[in-house]
Design a protein around this ligand. Structure first.
Ligand SMILES: *[C@@H]1O[C@H](CO)[C@@H](O)[C@H](O)[C@H]1NC(C)=O
Ligand SMILES: *[C@@H]1O[C@H](CO)[C@@H](O)[C@H](O)[C@H]1NC(C)=O
Ligand SMILES: *[C@@H]1O[C@H](CO)[C@@H](O)[C@H](O)[C@H]1NC(C)=O
Length: 153
């Protein structure tokens, strides 16, 4: 499980960093990041449109070594909505969050015909909404996606 190991290292490094230099957002100690978005059955995956349910969504973030760490995985609800709440990331990354939300293509035709003939991935940058919200982790930074772009072949 090389990936789990990398991700454990990543979070251990984050904790060390956080302990040595507590980052603050608007004077408030943040425990993490919450990200919400929606996937719609359009040619770009962007809404408005019919939400696409039960699609796996991955949250990938640039780690402090410059590589990519998968920080979360979820599945869309029946309305195509998804959210991730992940620890600590918001602490040191502030408003510049080097994370993306990705969807692997193609989707099954029965799930979404408009995205069933395209391969590659849909990827959106994660952007802070600029507010702090209370979550299961305590205070976290609220973020959303800027919109999906198609990557790859
Ligand atoms: C986040 O998503 C889960 C299911 O994936 C859902 O149960 C929960 O209500 C959502 N939370 C918010 C704040 O949207
Ligand atoms: C997420 O990152 C992993 C590497 O950690 C990579 O294999 C995967 O293709 C990425 N997924 C998306 C949808 O960008
Ligand atoms: C967090 O941001 C999302 C997207 O902008 C917004 O819909 C939601 O209401 C915000 N949550 C809170 C508690 O402010």
């Amino acid at each position: 499980m090389a990936n789990n190991h990398a991700s454990a290292l990543f979070f251990a490094a984050l904790i060390l960093l956080a302990a040595s230099s507590p980052a603050r957002g608007a004077g408030i100690f943040l425990n993490g990041l919450t990200i919400s978005g929606q996937l719609c059955c359009t040619s770009t995956g962007n809404c408005p449109g019919q939400g696409v349910g039960r699609v796996p969504i991955v949250l990938n973030c640039t780690n402090i070594f410059g590589g990519t760490t998968t920080a979360g995985r979820t599945t869309t609800t029946d309305t195509g909505s998804f959210n991730f709440t992940v620890p600590l990331l918001g602490l040191i990354l502030g408003n510049i969050i080097p994370c993306t939300v990705g969807v692997q293509l193609p989707l099954e035709r029965i799930v979404c015909p408009a995205l069933s003939t395209t391969t590659g991935t849909l990827s959106s940058i994660v952007q802070s909404v600029g507010t702090v919200v209370t979550s299961v982790l305590g205070l976290v930074q609220n973020a959303t996606i800027t919109g999906f772009n198609h990557l790859g072949v």
